[in-house]
Design a protein around this ligand. Structure first.
Ligand SMILES: [Zn+2]
Ligand SMILES: [Zn+2]
Length: 450
C-alpha cells in the first residue's frame, strides 16, 4: 500500500512538473509569437501595397481607399493595443513591478484615448444600487437601467484565490502562465503573450475582425496576381518576388480562414454573455442541470444585443459604435468587480428542451418540469449553504438573480456560486474587502489596477 501511495504521489508530482514546464514554455515563447505576428502582418501589408494596390485603376483606388486606410490602421493599431493594454487585475502583482501604463489608459490626453478624439461617453448612468455593498455594485460607466439587467454587487466579501492569495471577484480566474488573477479572464493567448481579459478583450476581438477583413481583401483582390505568379509570361512590375507573393497569399488564405472562424466563435460566446472559460462551465452545468430536469441560466446573459453592446461598451449609455472603426482605448462597461445580471424569468419555460445550450448557463437554475414546488428542489449541486449574505434587503424583490425558491418566485434558485472550475484554482475561501458604507474612493482602490 505505501508503495502504491508513493508511486501515485510521484506521478502527481511529474504531472505538476510537466504542467509547470508547459506554462513556462508558453510564457517564454510569448515574445517569439508576438514577433512572428508583427512580421507577418507587416509583410502582408507591404507586399499587398507593392503587388496588388499598385495595379489598381484610379477609380478602383478611389473606391478601395477607405478600406486601404482603415484596415492597416486598425490591424496594426489593435494589435499594438491588445499586446499593450493589460487585461485587468484585481490586485497588484505579488512579486516584481507592474508595468507602468499610466500614459496609456487613465490619461485622456493619450493618443490612443477615445476621449481625446471626441468620443465621449454619451450618458452617465449608474446602475441601481442594491444597497449596503460598498462601492462595488455601482460600476463606473455601467450605463444600465433597471430593465437592462441588474448590477449585482460583488459584495463586501469576495473569494480568495488559493494560488496568489489575492481577491477573486466574480468572473475572475487565475492564469498559471501570468501567475496572477485576471479580471473577466477569457484565455491566455500566446499570440499576444498575455491574457485576454476585461480591458483588452475588445481589442482582441476587433483585431481578429480586422485581420479577417484584411485577409479577405488580399484573397479577393489579389487573386489574379496569385494566378500570374504561376505564369512566366505575365508582367510583374512589383518589387516583391513572385514566390514571396505566392507564400503570403496562401498564408492569408489559411490564417484568414482560421481567424475568421475563431472570431465568429468568440462573437457567438460574447452574444451569449460568456467568456471562453465560462463557456466550458456553462456547457457542463447545462448538461448536469438537464439530467435533473432543470434549466440553468447564465446570470450574465442579458440578451444577444445587450451582451454585444456591453462587450464593446457601445450601449446607449456607452460610447459611439463608430469607435469600432478606430484603434482606440475605450474603457469597459464594467469595473471588473461586478457585472449586470439578468432578471429571473417570471414563469418556467414551456419548452425547455428547445433552449440552446449556452442559454442554459451558469448561475440561476429554473425548474423545467412541472409546477414548481418552491421548496426542496433537490438540486444536485446547490447545497443550500449560500456563502454570501443575500439578505441585504435591496428592495428588488425576486428580480435580482438571488431569489431563492422560498421568495415565492416559484422554483428558481441560485446556482453554483463557487464556480466549477474554481474548485481547482480557487478554494481559497473568502476575504473581506472594505466595510459597508465605505466611500467609493477606498473601494475604487481595489479595482484601479490594470
Ligand atoms: Zn490568483
Ligand atoms: Zn495569462
Amino acid at each position: 500500500m505505501p508503495l502504491i501511495q508513493r508511486l501515485s504521489s510521484r506521478v502527481i508530482v511529474c504531472f505538476k512538473r510537466v504542467e509547470y514546464f508547459a506554462d513556462w514554455m508558453t510564457g517564454a515563447a510569448g515574445p517569439v509569437f508576438v514577433f512572428i505576428c508583427w512580421t507577418l502582418i507587416a509583410l502582408g501589408g507591404v507586399i499587398y501595397f507593392d503587388v496588388v494596390a499598385r495595379s489598381f485603376s484610379p477609380l478602383g483606388l478611389l473606391f478601395m481607399s477607405p478600406l486601404l486606410c482603415l484596415v492597416p490602421l486598425n490591424l496594426y493599431g489593435q494589435y499594438y493595443l491588445v499586446t499593450h493594454v493589460p487585461p485587468g487585475f484585481p490586485s497588484p502583482k505579488a512579486r516584481g513591478e507592474d508595468r507602468d501604463i499610466s500614459w496609456l489608459i487613465p490619461n485622456p490626453k493619450s493618443i490612443w484615448s477615445g476621449e481625446r478624439w471626441g468620443f465621449k461617453k454619451r450618458r452617465e448612468l449608474t446602475g441601481p444600487s442594491s444597497g449596503g455593498a460598498g462601492g462595488y455594485n455601482t460600476a463606473p460607466g455601467s450605463g444600465l437601467g433597471l430593465g437592462d439587467g441588474v448590477w449585482e454587487g460583488a459584495g463586501r466579501r469576495v473569494r480568495r484565490c488559493r494560488k496568489c492569495d489575492g481577491p477573486k471577484p466574480e468572473r475572475t480566474h487565475h492564469c498559471s502562465v501570468c501567475k496572477r488573477c485576471v479580471l473577466q479572464m477569457d484565455h491566455h493567448c500566446p499570440w499576444i503573450n498575455a491574457c485576454v481579459g476585461l480591458h483588452n478583450q475588445r481589442h482582441f476581438v476587433l483585431f481578429m475582425a480586422w485581420l479577417s477583413v484584411g485577409c479577405t481583401i488580399v484573397c479577393t483582390t489579389g487573386y489574379h496576381h496569385f494566378l500570374d505568379t504561376f505564369s512566366y509570361r505575365a508582367e510583374w512590375p512589383a518589387l516583391t518576388p513572385k514566390l514571396g507573393f505566392t507564400l503570403i497569399y496562401v498564408l492569408c488564405g489559411a490564417i484568414g480562414f482560421a481567424v475568421t472562424v475563431l472570431m465568429l466563435w468568440h462573437m457567438y460566446m460574447v452574444s451569449y454573455g460568456e467568456t471562453s472559460i465560462e463557456s466550458h462551465d456553462n456547457a457542463y452545468l447545462a448538461k448536469k442541470a438537464k439530467k435533473e430536469g432543470l434549466i440553468y441560466l447564465n446570470p450574465f446573459d442579458l440578451g444577444r444585443r445587450r451582451n454585444i453592446e456591453l462587450f464593446f461598451n457601445i450601449a446607449p449609455g456607452g460610447y459611439s459604435p463608430y469607435t469600432l472603426l478606430f484603434p482606440l482605448v475605450i474603457p469597459p462597461a464594467s469595473n471588473g468587480w461586478s457585472f449586470p445580471r439578468r432578471a429571473l424569468p417570471q414563469h418556467p419555460p414551456k419548452n425547455p428542451s428547445g433552449l440552446h445550450a449556452p442559454e442554459l448557463a451558469e448561475g440561476l437554475i429554473a425548474r423545467a418540469n412541472g409546477p414548481a414546488s418552491g421548496l426542496g428542489l433537490g438540486l444536485g449541486f446547490d447545497d443550500g449553504a449560500d456563502p454570501r449574505d443575500h439578505g441585504d434587503g435591496n428592495g428588488l424583490g425576486g428580480l435580482n438573480g438571488h431569489a431563492h425558491a422560498e421568495d415565492g418566485m416559484g422554483g428558481y434558485v441560485m446556482g453554483d456560486e463557487e464556480g466549477l472550475t474554481d474548485d481547482e484554482e480557487g478554494g481559497g475561501g473568502w476575504m473581506d474587502i472594505g466595510t459597508p458604507g465605505l466611500g467609493q474612493d477606498q473601494a475604487q482602490g481595489h479595482h484601479d489596477y490594470y
